[in-house]
Structure formats: C-alpha cells, structure tokens
Design a protein around this ligand. Structure first.
Ligand SMILES: [Zn+2]
Ligand SMILES: [Zn+2]
Length: 195
C-alpha cells in the first residue's frame, strides 16, 4: 500500500502545485478506496470514480485512485461540490466521500500539509455507502454503439446520439453545441453574454 506522502508527491507532480484541494483530494481517494477494501487502486481494474467538480481535488482523486477519463473509470458530474464516489464494479459496492461541515476551510495563510494533519479520515469526511446503476454505455470496455451523424458525418459513440425527425444526429447538430463556427455567427448565432 502506498504512503500518504507518496500519493501527495505524485498528485503534486500531476496537478502542478501543492494546494488545499489537492491534499483533500488525496485523502478522499485514499479513504474511499480503503473503505471499499481496495489497497492498491492503481492496479485494480474494477474501480470507477465519480468526481463532483472540476477543480484541484479532482486531479488528486484521479491520480491516487489511478483512474482516467480516457479509460472511462473517471467520471465527472458537474455539481460544483468537493465530493467523490468510489465504485467497485466487481462487488457492486460504492461509497460517497465528502468533507464534513465542521471541517475548517483553508485560508491563504494555512499550510495545506499541516491544516488537517491531525484530523483522522473519519473526522474529516463523511463516507456514505451508496447504490449506483451505471448505464452499460458508460462502462469501461468497447463502445456499445458507434453511429455516423446524419448532418456532420462525425462518429458518435456509446449512445450519445439523438434522434431528431427520424434522423440520427450528434448532440452538436441536434442544437446542443457548446461552440459556434464562423458560419453560425455569420448566420446570426453567437454568444449572448452568459455568467
Ligand atoms: Zn490546486
Ligand atoms: Zn453532427
């Protein structure tokens, strides 16, 4: 089993700096994996982890748990919350780990390696057993479906296509694009000013 120091060092290299979120993420991942009885998460193939925000802690969780987006074992749900759910596909067991309300928030002057050093994992985090039903098209392994968008011709995998008026489209062509091309803007579409 890797030490906390080894995990912190690797997370720092990946994330690019040492920060409070990174330390929390490292500890969340170690605690979550331990709670599932997974001592060597990096070599354990049946671990899937959902992170609930795209900030510092999520990088650390990915490194410590040994999960990546590309292997489909790191999932991002956009809740804006520091929490993660660790799923063992082999046993079906899952735990969601989140900081307890009473845990002190870090200030700029606090040393991330010192602030929570004397806090046990059980005092830092709530670890809740949860049940997930992961859709088959979200699981690691070969794509369950691969189709060509009737408008742009690009390939859409894993059932992310949408049926519109009898045609199979990608989400962008179905009107859900997150970007505009120069043609779109020339046709009058474009940013409306958000956030
Ligand atoms: Zn950071
Ligand atoms: Zn398309």
């Amino acid at each position: 089993m890797r030490t906390l120091e080894e995990d912190l060092a690797d997370a720092q290299v990946y994330h690019g700096h040492l920060c409070h979120g990174m330390v929390m993420g490292v500890r969340m991942a170690r605690y979550g994996c331990r709670s599932l009885g997974i001592d060597e998460p990096r070599s354990y193939r049946d671990l899937v982890v959902y992170v609930e925000m795209d900030r510092c802690a999520s990088d650390a969780v990915g490194v410590v748990a040994g999960v990546t987006l590309g292997r489909r074992r790191l999932k991002w749900v956009d809740y804006g919350k520091m929490a993660a759910t660790f799923v063992d596909l082999a046993t079906g067991k899952a735990v969601r780990v989140a900081p307890r309300k009473e845990v002190p928030h870090a200030g700029r002057e606090d040393d991330p390696l010192v602030l929570w050093k004397d806090w046990a994992d059980e005092d830092l985090f709530i670890c809740t057993p949860v049940t997930l039903e992961i859709p088959v098209q979200d699981l690691p392994g070969r794509p369950v479906r691969s189709i060509e968008c009737a408008v742009c011709g690009e390939t859409v995998q894993d059932c992310r296509d949408i049926e519109v008026d009898g045609e199979t489209l990608c989400r962008a062509c179905a009107g859900e694009a997150y970007y505009w091309t120069a043609e779109d803007i020339a046709a009058g579409a474009g940013p409306q000013g958000v956030c």
